[in-house]
Design a protein around this ligand. Structure first.
Ligand SMILES: [Zn+2]
Length: 427
């Protein structure tokens, strides 16, 4: 084989040469296969200050692998939580109306379905500014938040939600159980997939959960990621990409049972997993139906995953082509909203200051900073009007209706929106 053929073969089949030293987060097996390589990217939540613009930016590999034993999908590189969740972590879950309503409804539906009595304890792991717990509080439950980001925990306290600024583990679980009693509801909304040591998490949950209690996980569903090409939801915080089949086995091994699952329409299609102490609640057929559906659709097959990766590469070409043609026509384009997912999209597609003028945001924590990896300035939404922007690239496409509604003035003045996922369209 000559050198060119060798290189060509190896570039085509990324998994051929790939040898990792990591273990599956769920089953511990070390036989894994990479299927998607998004390159080295800056951390998606590391919005930098003007002073930091002149400093070198650290990038980390963003690669997605499959465990060949239990078929769990995860990143192959784990950035240390101390680096990811630093003190000025900028995410606030209450910044969209859709988000607030979602969490209120989430809490109400759980209390109604399981009939928790007033005064029983609800604990949210990764509680952020306490929006979900606010919902439980409205239902008359005692609440306690746990979140490692000190600045965010302080905001929660101001909102009237007692919050422990720490990482959750078995020791903390024991302490809470002693001081507050066991919890009827423990929730982990958009945090389960962020946790490296899921075994430590689950030992803590088992310790803290009342024998009749429920542990509820809400997370994006791998099936939607694949089907709707939501590859921008892949970033370093999201260590895992969850599906039913591997998790049934995992919870079982941890002495617990996945007994119910509900699909919910947020963040581009999530699911809510209901977990209890093994044997406490009957496992609903819905869980087994979804497991069967995953098998029938070959969701975890390497062929499916490799096809997905090819669609991702094609999408990059398509989006770049669209933006470049608009630039050729002399149009001015800005990004709207700067969620973490937007940073994956921009940085993987190599869209930066040569294509976009700036990005606008509502979150005061991000305005005035610069986007990681591409140095685009973050300005308030009003800049869309004052900056003579023709096209707004909607980076938080999962809140597209709400955002386009808020920016109706922009549209009235002739502005158009580009929705990038799943196929770039102008509306
Ligand atoms: Zn595994």
């Amino acid at each position: 084989m000559n050198t060119n053929t060798y290189i060509k073969n190896n570039l085509q089949g990324e998994s051929n040469w790939y040898k990792s030293h990591i273990h599956c987060r769920l089953c511990g097996y070390d036989n894994i296969t990479m299927f998607l390589d998004l390159g080295f990217t800056a951390l998606a939540d590391r919005f930098i200050t003007r002073e930091q613009l002149h400093e070198p930016e650290v990038t980390y590999p963003l690669r997605v692998v499959r465990c060949n034993e239990c078929h769990f999908i995860q990143l192959d590189h784990t950035v240390a939580p101390e680096i990811l969740y630093q003190q000025d972590y900028p995410y606030e879950s209450s910044t969209t109306q859709t988000g607030r309503e979602h969490f209120n409804q989430f809490a109400r539906s759980i209390v109604e379905e399981f009939g928790f009595s007033k005064g029983s304890l609800a604990i949210d792991i990764g509680s952020n500014v306490g929006v979900l717990l606010g919902g439980f509080k409205n239902q008359g439950m005692r609440v306690l938040g746990i979140d490692p980001a000190i600045n965010i925990a302080r905001i929660a306290e101001k909102n009237g939600i007692p919050t422990i600024a720490d990482f959750f583990n078995e020791e903390l679980a024991s302490r809470i159980a002693e001081e507050h009693g066991k919890a009827m509801a423990i929730t982990a909304s958009n945090v389960f997939a962020h946790i490296d040591r899921l075994d430590i998490l689950m030992r803590g949950v088992r310790r803290l959960l009342h024998e009749d209690g429920i542990f509820v996980v809400e997370a994006p569903y791998l099936r939607n990621l694949i089907r709707v090409l939501e590859y921008d939801t892949i970033y370093h915080e999201h260590l895992s990409y969850l599906s039913i089949s591997p998790l049934i086995r995992f919870f079982d091994r941890m002495g617990m049972a996945l007994f119910d699952v509900k699909e919910v329409d947020i963040h581009g299609g999530s699911f809510r997993l209901f977990v209890c102490h093994k044997g406490r609640y009957p496992v609903l057929t819905k869980v087994l139906d979804m497991q069967r559906q995953e098998q029938e659709e070959k969701l975890h097959d390497l062929e499916t995953l490799n096809t997905f990766a090819q669609r991702v590469r094609n999408h990059r070409n398509q989006l770049r082509h669209l933006l470049e043609s608009l630039r050729h026509e002399g149009k001015r384009i800005a990004g709207v909203s700067a969620p973490a997912k937007g940073m994956t999209l921009l940085n993987y597609c190599r869209i930066g200051t040569e294509t976009l003028e700036f990005i606008t945001e509502k979150t005061p924590l991000k305005i005035g900073r610069y986007a990681p990896g591409n140095s685009l300035p973050i300005l308030p939404d009003s800049a869309l009007m004052t900056g003579n922007i023709d096209y707004a690239l909607l980076l938080a496409w999962n809140f597209k209706d709400e955002i386009m509604n808020n920016l109706s003035e922009f549209r009235k003045k002739g502005g158009r929106f580009i929705i990038p996922i799943p196929n770039p369209v102008i509306v």
